[in-house]
Ligand binder design. Sequence first.
Ligand code: 2BA
Length: 109
Amino acid sequence: MKLILAIVQDKDASALAREFVQKGVRATKLATSGGFLREGNTTFIIGIDDEKVDDVISIIKKSSHTREQYVSPNMNMDAAGTSMISQPVKVTVGGATVFVLPVEAFEHF
Ligand code: 2BA
């Protein structure tokens, strides 16, 4: 068995959750936020048999879209204490960030 952690954008989360239900994939949805943008995203926890890992990754891939976002870096001070306003920086977010971990034990009561 494997544990899949999939971080997706909030905009893709509902469709992905629906897809999991339709395909019989059991998942837990967590409201999370990214350390860089500090905006909400969604993390799915999925416990799944080894042979189904690729299918689940395909489902995630199909539902997760790449989007461009602009980040305004904080106003910086140079050594002389003069403030400098930086230009917004473009970042490409997603589709999804996926980790696959081994599961040592699984109990369900
Ligand atoms: P955030 O940390 O908010 O990052 C959002 C996007 O900002 C990233 O998209 C990437 O394009 C950019 N970014 C992140 N850190 C950066 C940095 N130090 N310098 C420049 N640009 C940076 P994604 O790579 O698609 O990541 C989307 C979200 O997935 C991340 O949100 C974070 O919540 C999660 N994530 C990505 N890589 C991760 C990792 N290695 N471990 C844990 N979570 C991760």
